[in-house]
Design a protein around this ligand. Structure first.
Ligand SMILES: C[S@@+](CC[C@H](N)C(=O)[O-])C[C@H]1O[C@@H](n2cnc3c(N)ncnc32)[C@H](O)[C@@H]1O
Length: 276
């Protein structure tokens, strides 16, 4: 595979919970800024229509991620859907935050949910937004294989669709790291809910921009871009389970990032390959 599975700080069990949450808070703003939220909403809407599901189980939700906004836009279009957020490291403060919002059908699961146990997750459309690249190759393969084995629909989104050559990635790090840290300083005022840690550890002691820059750049080289994803899915296209992989386009046809969508199909001999 082309990808490199380097270490992300937020994956480490020793990473303080507040720091992990602060970093993922900035990703939410980044996703809105690049139009990723809009694209995910469009694709999830299609995934719900194609599967007939009304419940979404988001895995690796971090501080909530883009899915609550996606739920809002689905409902604004009159689409009935519920959303359960989950993470391997759920932050009780975020669990409480979503409980306090009292949005019907939206909750953050308080216990750790390991995305690698997809077969044990509650029924519904599973979504993994900017999360799949956290899985090493054997685990990633296990996840997609278990989606097929348990006939569960799975939607994966990653915010980049462009595969960067490894050498170029290393050579441009001295520029890309400070630029990503700078973007963190710009995005931070838009973070909600705002906490004192978010401000102090961004502008006074800039630990969050350092984490955001390193993890953000490492995420880029960790993503399973199309060729890697197709290698991962080899042999998992069956008569009754179909996969789509491609650039993630919104309703306006503009692509932001890439997606993978797997879903059970009726075992009627219908083609297992679906156009995007
Ligand atoms: C980059 S964050 C993405 C958060 C959110 N989906 C978003 O788009 O803002 C990745 C999240 O995946 C979670 N994660 C990593 N490994 C996981 C696993 N095996 N199961 C569930 N979540 C995991 C991390 O705790 C982190 O919150």
């Amino acid at each position: 595979m082309h990808r490199l599975h380097l270490i992300e700080i937020e994956d480490q069990p020793w990473c303080p919970r507040w720091l992990r949450t602060a970093g993922t808070n900035v990703i939410v703003v980044f996703m809105r800024a690049i139009g990723g939220e809009r694209v995910v909403a469009h694709r999830v809407k299609q995934a719900l229509a194609e599967t007939g599901e009304t419940h979404i189980v988001d895995m690796g939700s971090g501080s909530g991620g883009s899915m609550p906004a996606v739920l809002d836009s689905l409902r604004a279009e009159g689409i009935a859907a519920d959303l359960t957020l989950s993470d391997l490291y759920p932050n009780p403060a975020m669990v409480q935050h979503f409980a306090d919002r009292q949005v019907a059908g939206l909750r953050y699961h308080p216990e750790p949910v390991d995305a690698t146990d997809i077969g044990d997750a509650p029924p519904g459309l599973k979504t993994m937004i900017n999360c799949f690249h956290h899985m090493p190759e054997d685990v990633a393969r296990r996840i997609v294989a278990s989606a097929v084995a348990t006939r569960q629909p799975l939607f994966i989104y990653e915010a980049s669709k462009t595969r960067i050559p490894r050498l170029l990635w290393w050579l441009t790090l001295p520029i890309s790291l400070p630029l990503t840290a700078l973007s963190c300083l710009l995005f931070t005022p838009l973070v909600r809910p705002m906490t004192w840690q978010q401000l102090v550890f961004t502008y006074l002691i800039p630990i969050i921009p350092l984490l955001y820059a390193w993890d953000g750049q490492v995420s880029g080289i960790r993503i399973y871009h199309e060729p890697d994803m197709r290698a991962l899915l080899a042999g998992l296209e069956t008569d009754d389970y179909a996969w789509e992989v491609g650039p993630a386009e919104g309703a306006d046809g503009r692509a932001v990032g890439m997606y993978v969508f797997g879903r059970p199909t009726a075992p009627t001999g219908e083609s297992a390959t679906h156009p995007r």
